[in-house]
Design a binder for this molecule. Sequence first.
Ligand code: SF4
Length: 217
Amino acid sequence: MRKQERADFINRRLAELYPETPVPLDHTDAFTLLVAVLLSAQCTDARVNLVTPGLFALADTPEAMAELEVPVIQEAIKSCGLAPRKAKAIAELSKILIRDHAGEVPANMAALEKLPGVGHKTASVVMAQAFGVPAFPVDTHIHRLAQRWGLTSGRNVVETERDLKKLFPEQDWNALHLRIIFYGRDACTARGCDGTVCEICRTLYPRRRTPVVTKKG
Ligand code: SF4
């Protein structure tokens, strides 16, 4: 199969496997989503969803969060890891949202990336999942699967995002990036795979008879 044919098959098959694409991080608006995505750095979504009810009970708006002392935020999020850095970022971005954005999360990639603790992937998730703007945030799952499926030889998530955006229609990006994450969690996990165990690779590489060493991590 040529690369574009592989991409088209992946897009079609994952839409059949995951017709619904619920956002994995619990939230009620753009601000609570932004905070939840920030907390998910080097942490599982399941852990973040355990932590955020307590945090948002203390503060679920920029105004209320800006009132909290950093140690209070840090204590509430400590099980997410990197708590000192994340708590400082949450406090500071809340103050910046009030000062520069009338207390609203800006639906603007550049403005989001200027916020403390918010990188390109976090900003892309918020643009896609809070504002419905097409984006293709690439995390470790998507980076790994895109390599295994021969959709990119990107050395990092930036290169992989560039390649995937060329292969898939823009209107599919927001649902597709979640579907790839779901498949990465359900079947194509970080543990190695010999590239022959499931229908996806058997369809993408019909002549593959011998196990291959696939990308881990
Ligand atoms: S065969 Fe392995 S590498 Fe290929 S899609 Fe399935 S789980 Fe992933």
